[in-house]
Design a protein around this ligand. Structure first.
Ligand code: ATP
Length: 225
């Protein structure tokens, strides 16, 4: 599903953020990506979402070779990705419903489908009763769950999260990870960048670690430490 083959990334004017990274994540896997600040976690996610391009190596995501993807193909490619940010990036002057509906409206979905799918997504994250609220009226954990509902509303094949529990206390972090596990259980491939090693250690998923742009663990599933 996500295949990095000897991928390197050098930012303009910067040093090499990723050095010859090979990582294979199969369909239906849930994987944690760890590493110190600056190790290259966000860079890997930015390459997968095609915000950045590899400097060298091959990257294939959801069957698409990203090296060859043209700018006009990027929006279509991204339809299969759901992205959760640390700071959730919700529109604070819009309701919960409207925030979650946004990806469907951008995709030109019929209003009846929008309502049905937004409610289904809010139900999954336990916020159906909050659809008319504005994000400011919600707790940090609830705001993050709205961000997750928005990420999954289009039923993406791949769910990506960059430090999704960075601003949450341990109990709420556990709840959020449980939610990701539920989406994984129904077939979504999940990749979560996190430096919350204590939390990750208690969950039984594959962990891959980056150190100064290099992958420390095996590129394939099944044999990870
Ligand atoms: N747009 C950019 N231009 C230049 N250098 C960058 C850019 N983005 C990231 N870097 C550099 O690339 C390296 C990897 O950064 P990256 O954000 O991927 O790390 P990270 O592991 O996600 O860190 P954090 O946990 O702090 O978010 C760092 O040295 C960073 O300074």
């Amino acid at each position: 599903m996500i295949h990095f083959d000897q991928v390197s990334k050098r930012y303009e004017g910067g040093h090499e953020a990723l050095s010859s990274v090979s990582l294979h994540i199969e369909k239906g896997e849930m994987v944690f990506l760890t590493g110190h600040s600056g190790a290259g976690k966000s860079t890997m996610l930015k390459l997968i979402t095609r915000i950045e391009k590899p400097s060298s190596g091959q990257l294939r995501v959801n069957g698409q070779l990203l090296n060859r993807l043209r700018a006009y193909q990027v929006p279509h490619f991204r339809r299969h990705l759901g992205i959760v940010h640390q700071d959730h990036q919700l529109l604070m002057d819009q309701t919960v419903f409207d925030n979650v509906a946004l990806p469907l409206i951008i995709a030109g979905e019929h209003p009846n489908d929008v309502t049905r799918r937004v409610r289904a997504a809010l139900d999954k994250v336990g916020l159906l009763k909050r659809e008319k609220y504005q994000p400011i009226q919600l707790s940090g954990g609830e705001q993050q769950r709205v961000g997750i509902a928005r990420a999954v509303v289009k039923k993406p094949a791949i769910l990506l999260a960059d430090e999704p529990t960075g601003n949450l206390d341990p109990a709420l972090s556990k709840d959020i990870m449980r939610l990701f596990a539920e989406f994984n259980r129904v077939g979504t491939t999940v990749l979560i960048a996190s430096h919350d090693l204590g939390l990750i250690a208690r969950l039984n998923y594959r962990v891959v670690s980056l150190q100064e742009g290099r992958l420390l663990t095996t590129p394939f599933s099944g044999a990870a430490s």
